[in-house]
Design a protein around this ligand. Structure first.
Ligand code: FES
Ligand SMILES: [Fe+2]
Length: 345
């Protein structure tokens, strides 16, 4: 209750103060918030194209949840990767098979997680039962992307619907993942600092000199959805043409739509001062100008990392606790902080 009060964000942005800096430095707050937020929400874990070469794909989502994506005649499934016998991981690499066998003591499972067979369990009462099958996790397939959720408590349907309608001509069926043009960074900062920087264009003219030449800052707009934020801006040199649609889905998914394709950022907390950021590039067409555009994104990314790690150092100061929001420029950050504070128990 004490924490709930301490981290409460006033719903009126013109009165509100930003999230207290202890949020980013307190171990218990970090541990509890990761557990609550990441089990409640949806995580983007893959794309249907990945099943072209394998039908069994191990994945990991926070907090410490090893899972498996599988595909059989009935569709795509997400199941626990912890064997129902004594917890060995059922599967540790992508593969193609009609069933899965745990290599510890040979128990086997169907692709939908149902128990198939176990050697050496003769005479064991009420065996097998439902609890000998692998638990199933909820799955959402959207435009060929795969989301999973342990608890499904965060509704993202409005923001997904907005993407489909606002960007109705975006060629979701044609985009191709490029491993070569995708990368991952480890950043020395709290994951929420990375997200809140993303959620405002306020810093663009100060931090991104190159990008500032490309976008018309006057047209920068921020729209709030349930558990999501859209930021848009038009090109500076190209009339009314949109430069990008930056969609953020609570808590850690960023879908950036450009004329060349889609750049996805997945923000993964490692510790309270370490975060992994995965950049996944989905191209409409792999050509010279697409490669140039992705190169420019890398420059912007490094500029962002520099300010975010500087904030990480500043929030540790005993002389700093919180600040005020710019009413016109920081609606997205205010909304993000409100969502974070709602998850504090
Ligand atoms: S832990 Fe899987 S068969 Fe024993
Ligand atoms: Fe930025």
């Amino acid at each position: 209750m004490k924490n709930k009060k301490k981290y409460k964000i006033d719903s009126n942005i013109s009165k509100a103060r930003t999230l207290h800096s202890d949020y980013y430095t307190d171990d218990l707050i970090f541990f509890n918030s990761i557990n609550n937020i990441f089990s409640s929400s949806w995580q983007l874990v893959g794309h249907q194209e990945e099943f072209k070469s394998n039908n069994i794909i191990p994945i990991n989502i926070l907090p410490d949840e090893p899972l498996i994506l599988t595909k059989d005649e009935s569709g795509i499934h997400c199941i626990s990767n912890a064997c129902t016998h004594r917890g060995h991981l059922v599967c540790n690499r992508k593969m193609n098979s009609k069933s899965m066998v745990c290599r510890y003591h040979g128990r086997s499972f169907h692709l939908d997680g149902k128990f198939k067979n176990a050697i050496g369990f003769e005479g064991v009462k009420n065996f097998p039962s439902d609890s000998d099958s692998l638990s199933r996790v909820q799955i959402k397939e959207w435009q060929k992307f795969i989301f999973v959720s342990l608890e499904n408590k965060v509704d993202i349907s409005n923001i997904l619907y907005d993407i489909e309608t606002r960007l109705e001509s975006f060629p979701f069926n044609e985009i191709k993942y490029s491993d070569e043009l995708s990368k991952a960074y480890t950043i020395n900062a709290h994951w929420a600092l990375y997200c809140e920087n993303y959620l405002e264009g306020f810093h663009v003219p100060f931090v991104h000199k190159g990008l500032s030449k490309e976008i018309n800052n006057e047209t920068y707009d921020t729209i709030l959805f349930d558990n999501g934020v859209l930021q848009t801006a038009n090109s500076k040199n190209n009339g009314e043409k949109s430069y990008a649609h930056y969609y953020w889905i609570f808590p850690n998914i960023m879908l950036n739509f450009y004329d060349w394709g889609l750049s996805i950022n997945i923000i993964e907390p490692i510790s309270k001062h370490k975060t992994k950021v995965r950049f996944l590039s989905y191209l409409i067409d792999d050509n010279h100008s697409t490669r140039n555009a992705i190169n420019d994104l890398n420059t912007v990314e490094l500029e962002d990392q520099e300010v975010v790690t500087s904030v990480q150092n500043g929030i540790k100061s005993s002389l700093y606790s919180d600040g005020r929001y710019s009413k016109v420029n920081e609606k997205g950050v205010h909304y993000f902080h409100t969502l974070l504070s709602n998850f504090i128990k």
